[in-house]
Design a binder for this molecule. Sequence first.
Ligand SMILES: [Zn+2]
Ligand SMILES: [Zn+2]
Ligand SMILES: [Zn+2]
Ligand SMILES: [Zn+2]
Ligand SMILES: [Zn+2]
Ligand SMILES: [Zn+2]
Ligand SMILES: [Zn+2]
Length: 418
Amino acid sequence: MAAGIDVCLSCFNGGCPGTPNNHAHQHAMKSGHHLTVNIRRVRKESDERPAKLTKLEIVEEPENDQYEFETFVRCWGCSGARVDNVPEDVQRVVHAVLHAVEASKGSEIKAWAEEVTACSHFDGLTQAPAADFSSEALHQCSMCDKRDNLWMCLSCGHVGCGRKQYDGSGGNNHAIAHFEQTGHRVSVKLGTITPEGTADAYCYACDDNKLNPHLAQHLQVFGINVAAQQKTEKSIAELQLEHNLKFDFSMTTADGTQLQPVAGPGLTGLRNLGNSCYLASVMQCVFGIDRFRDRYFPSAADHFLTCSQLHPAKCMLCQLHKLANGLWSGRYAVLETENGETCHQRGISPAHFKAMVARDHPEFASMRQQDAFEFLQHLNKQIDIAERPVEGGALNPTSVFDFTTEERLQCTKCSRVR
Ligand SMILES: [Zn+2]
Ligand SMILES: [Zn+2]
Ligand SMILES: [Zn+2]
Ligand SMILES: [Zn+2]
Ligand SMILES: [Zn+2]
Ligand SMILES: [Zn+2]
Ligand SMILES: [Zn+2]
């Protein structure tokens, strides 16, 4: 039986329970956070996995549909025993953990959303709910029977459906029609409003997605309390990210022959996190160098035990050790067979590593920057900083890239150098 993963209910650190590492227990001992929720996914009975990838194509990310999630709360103060009567406030935390946006996706979305700027059309808005406005009628377009992709006018509360897409999907253009009739410029997408006060906003005057700095205030006029909202629809940023993640790469070589599935220590694949192939190639190359592997792979378990940072997600060395272990242990490079055919390993997702290494970098933290060489330089700088306090930097593997240059001025007649 798979052991699943334990998420700390105090700080949301994720750790594996049970043998061989029991990082969940390690975290509890270090932090004194005793309660965790164990989350285990179980493959659903009706298992229809997609056909093997043979060409460049767009595929659905089927993972969440394939599995069911089983959870229970446990207490590490009671040697990891299952807690049976979970108090209601703890149940609420568990519920929030299970419904949280995946950390990596959240940061990708944020990075993307940062490009959306505010415009002056949200300032000093004149708002007057129309006579027929009702907060009970927000679930349907006021001009047709569309019930999704609905936009509410922030001037009068009119609810209209989104634009018709070229393929005939989408809405019936009723939101934009309202702008054309009334000149009411700004609207918010229903179902994207979060308790944190964000939502997809659109300005028809600028004809673009915009940031609405006064969202909570604007919605209050219509009796909508932002803090009580639950997001139900995908925001544009999420749809964009999903689209990016759907690109999977061809498993064929340049001359069209199928790549042979490989597996084993040092042959672990890195999954695409959305335009992250530059990172995957650099990390595979770097960990192919002995100095890097020898620095981070053998000492991984020791580092996790002795690291003074409570949250591995915030420690560059933890992340390097973890990635080294992922790539070199061979534990995660296992071939699966399906219908008697060997298929490619699933590989590992270096999501925490990426979040850590790119945390302060406006380009790499988003999905925009994809330059492998610049990333290698950035990585070296990050490793230098992380390694400096360790034995005075003596273990720093980036020293393999050090070189010195010499300039010579030589006379071609007498060959003397000065
Ligand atoms: Zn914790
Ligand atoms: Zn672990
Ligand atoms: Zn206990
Ligand atoms: Zn409509
Ligand atoms: Zn209006
Ligand atoms: Zn505008
Ligand atoms: Zn660490």
